[in-house]
Ligand binder design. Sequence first.
Ligand code: RP5
Length: 163
Amino acid sequence: MSAIVSIIMGSRSDWPTMSEAVQVMDQLGVAYETHVVSAHRTPERLLEFAQGADKRGIKVIIAGAGGSAHLPGMVAALTHLPVVAVPVSSKHLKGMDSLMSIVQMPRGVAVATQAIGEAGAYNAGLMASQMLAIADDKLEKRIQQWRQAQTDSVPWSVTDDSE
Ligand code: RP5
């Protein structure tokens, strides 16, 4: 299966967070690729990646970055493909810097920003899958089944697992 979602991150150090995105896509059978693309350290790679993604068959981009976190917004500026963004937690400001930077996009360039950290990365994988399901009936069915399984897994009782 060739990749239809591209997961990019500003640094290899973002991978423990961004690896959460692949978990849900593995469960839902969505093909993805993963790359390190830094807006600041590899700006030419960023340009090449963003301008070539559509031609390579990528439909949705998930971009995670921490700190000044310019990657998601710059990718969105360079391609019409939807960009789902993950603010990665940072050492000094715990990802508040990443969130504030990523979420404050100027009018006319959209980024779908998720929560800070692992839950945000996981939901980015889910959101990308839901976007793709708009034009994929089989994937839509798998997502419905996945959601039902999640609902069924929530226990009624806090004291007895068997209930
Ligand atoms: C950002 O700076 C990256 O996305 C990462 O979250 C952060 C720190 O990067 P490293 O110094 O660990 O490579 O660009």
